[in-house]
Design a protein around this ligand. Structure first.
Ligand SMILES: Nc1nc2c(ncn2[C@@H]2O[C@H](COP(=O)(O)OP(=O)(O)O[C@H]3O[C@H](CO)[C@@H](O)[C@H](O)[C@@H]3O)[C@@H](O)[C@H]2O)c(=O)[nH]1
Length: 316
């Protein structure tokens, strides 16, 4: 079983690679010339890396023709919401063109590859009272260029299944975190600030943005198991929420992190961390995915938060 992971050097990609190796899959991953390798160095020659620029159709077609994977986990993306306001066209081009190039390559070469695509709960955007927990049937009211790029990826998955019969499974993943989460994202950002304070690298002040937002966090290690099950048992063309079914305010998430540390910290709002529009609440109903695959989250939120702090403590 050969699995291709796009974005293998990223946060989710590195966990996906570890999971696939535990299932004895042959793992090939795409990197770009500027990719950082620190998340996958420990995997050594257990995985094979191929340089591929997903925005370039020739690069993608060459890769797909040569590798002919059985499974694709399409995780490469510009995934940070604030960046999408600074460079909306780049986010949309990167996320949408990369996926179209993959789909077109599979279709033109005529492979039966099963493809998981990483859609996002950001697509739901403005969620009205009474709509939580959010089901896949909820209207999409995206609130950022990033969310728009994910709506496009999501519906391209639907369209390529309907038009050409491509085996695409659309996973709509709610927030996920754990060791190696990039430091821009809120859980890692706060964990790293706490660890920097513990190590005396910065004064005991933690800078924050909107602490009122509510998010549904799943451990990345549960998420990648979900992606595997999505291709093993999911129905092509369908969209599935992957979530924990519980949500916390960002303030509660911060307090959970602080409960694992001894430092006394002052919390200050940094206006630069506030967004033009922020999604107020994301709380997912994963019943459809559970029904189809048997998946449920196994790692409790507190353990994820503690592991994240341990991760940052282990970094120099
Ligand atoms: N990044 C960040 N966010 C902050 C901060 N303070 C408060 N927040 C709030 O924390 C929430 C989560 O922010 P992020 O961690 O940046 O994630 P996101 O915008 O929810 O997007 C993540 O989840 C999506 C799925 O819903 C993913 O698709 C996306 O790639 C990303 O992982 C947002 O409401 C944000 O305003 C801060 O200092 N930094």
């Amino acid at each position: 079983m050969k699995a291709l992971v796009t974005g293998i050097s990223g946060f989710v990609g590195s966990h996906m690679a570890e999971f696939l190796l535990s299932r004895n899959a042959e793992v090939v991953g795409t990197i770009r010339n500027r990719s950082r390798m620190n998340h996958i160095e420990h995997l050594g020659n257990k995985i094979r890396l191929v340089e591929c620029e997903l925005r370039d159709p020739f690069s993608v077609e060459t890769l797909v023709e040569k590798e002919r994977p059985d499974l694709i986990f399409h995780l490469a993306a510009q995934s940070f919401v604030p960046t999408s306001w600074n460079s909306p066209i780049d986010t949309i081009h990167n996320n949408v063109a990369g996926q179209v190039n993959l789909f077109e390559a599979i279709r033109r070469i005529g492979l039966n590859t099963k493809i998981q695509i990483a859609c996002s709960s950001e697509e739901y955007g403005q969620v009205e009272p009474g709509e939580t927990p959010i089901r896949e049937t909820n209207p999409l009211r995206p609130l950022s260029p990033y969310a728009i790029s994910k709506v496009a990826q999501d519906y391209l998955g639907y369209q390529y299944y309907k038009s050409y019969g491509l085996h695409v499974v659309r996973t709509i993943t709610f927030n996920h975190t754990g060791p190696r989460r990039g430091e821009n994202f809120v859980t890692s950002n706060f964990a790293k600030q706490i660890v920097d304070i513990e190590k005396g690298k910065k004064p005991p002040v933690i800078y924050v943005g909107n602490l009122e937002a509510k998010r549904d966090f799943t451990d990345v290690r549960d998420v990648v198991r979900g992606y595997w099950l999505a291709l093993e048992k999911g129905t092509p063309g369908e969209a599935y929420n992957i979530a924990s079914g519980t949500c916390y305010t960002i303030a509660e998430m911060l307090n959970t992190l602080l409960s694992f540390s001894n430092v006394k910290i002052e919390v200050k709002t940094d206006p630069a961390r506030l967004r033009p529009s922020d999604v107020e609440i994301l709380l997912g109903d994963y019943g459809k995915f559970r029904e189809a695959t048997g998946w449920k989250p196994e790692i409790p939120f507190e353990r994820t938060m503690e592991d994240l702090l341990h991760y940052w403590r282990s970094q120099t």
